[in-house]
Design a binder for this molecule. Structure first.
Ligand SMILES: [Zn+2]
Length: 274
């Protein structure tokens, strides 16, 4: 009885060590192991291979255990003489060991039938996340609001015969957040007014905290573009334009100033800054 069972166990052990030998014969891999694996392997390609080696070793180990169980059962059976209990127990050991081996291999087959991925170990891979990084503003714009001496981009024009030094005054007096907002305007604009030292002391222009953008050279769509940009800029506290009064903004809220205020701003957008 015992002799008949040898052929079942020996191939299992042999296959196990043969696979281990393949592993150890491979070239150096990505992971150098601090402790040499059973079978002498000192590196693996990844966690999957590591687990595979232990699994194969486990198979061999189970084969050995099964072999001893079968041998033990066989001896039990042989020495039982006329005792039926001894024979039954011997058979139980042999049968149990064989069932274990059959189950072990069946489980592999069942898993492979359900889904081959369940038995093919793969190294875990982190997915690559793609992030859209917005393009940084052009270098000259960064410089423009980086310091009071930097130039604004050429698409910003200061033009009003009443204020011949407007650009210089803007460079000297405008706050950095104000310069940043102006430098980032999405389309070319003409600024017709900034600092008005002779105006009303309560006016934002008197305090160099406002500009007027000329709108006679702009289409409604261009005005909308500029208003959208300004109304969403945290440095801007107020916008007023007579052309599109429904877009007027006061302290972060859409606000119509009424017919008179709008009629004062028919040819420009007034922009106040905090
Ligand atoms: Zn104004």
């Amino acid at each position: 009885m015992t002799k008949k069972l040898f052929p079942f166990c020996l191939p299992l052990i042999t296959i196990g060590y043969w696979l281990l030998a393949i592993g150890s014969a491979r070239a150096a891999d990505a992971y150098i192991l601090e402790n040499q694996l059973i079978g002498g392997q000192t590196s693996v390609s990844g966690p999957a291979e590591y687990i595979r080696i232990f699994f194969i070793f486990g198979l061999g180990l189970i084969g050995v255990v099964a072999l001893f169980a079968v041998v033990f059962g066989g001896i039990r059976y042989s020495l039982s003489g006329s005792s039926e209990t001894g024979k039954t127990e011997g058979k139980k050991w042999i049968f149990g060991a064989l069932t274990g081996i059959v189950l072990l291999f069946s489980s592999y087959l069942i898993l492979k039938t359900i889904n081959p991925d369940l038995v093919s170990l793969k190294n875990p891979v982190l997915p690559i996340i793609e992030i859209d990084v917005p393009e940084p503003p052009a270098q000259n714009i960064i410089n423009a609001y980086g310091s009071h001496t930097g130039k604004l981009p050429s698409q910003i024009t200061f033009s009003n015969p009443k204020y011949p030094n407007m650009e210089q005054e803007f460079n000297e007096k405008a706050s950095n957040s104000m310069r940043q907002a102006v430098a980032g305007l999405p389309i070319p604009v003409v600024i017709t007014s900034f600092w008005r030292p002779n105006g009303s002391p309560t006016s934002d222009h008197y305090n160099a905290k406002a500009i007027d953008i000329w709108t006679d050279n702009m289409t409604d769509d261009q005005i909308r573009t500029v208003m959208d940009y300004l109304n969403n800029n945290p440095a801007v506290s107020k916008t007023i334009t007579g052309r599109l009064p429904q877009m007027n903004m006061l302290f972060g809220n859409s606000h119509d100033y009424g017919a008179k205020t709008n009629s004062d701003h028919v040819n420009h957008i007034h922009v106040s800054f905090y």
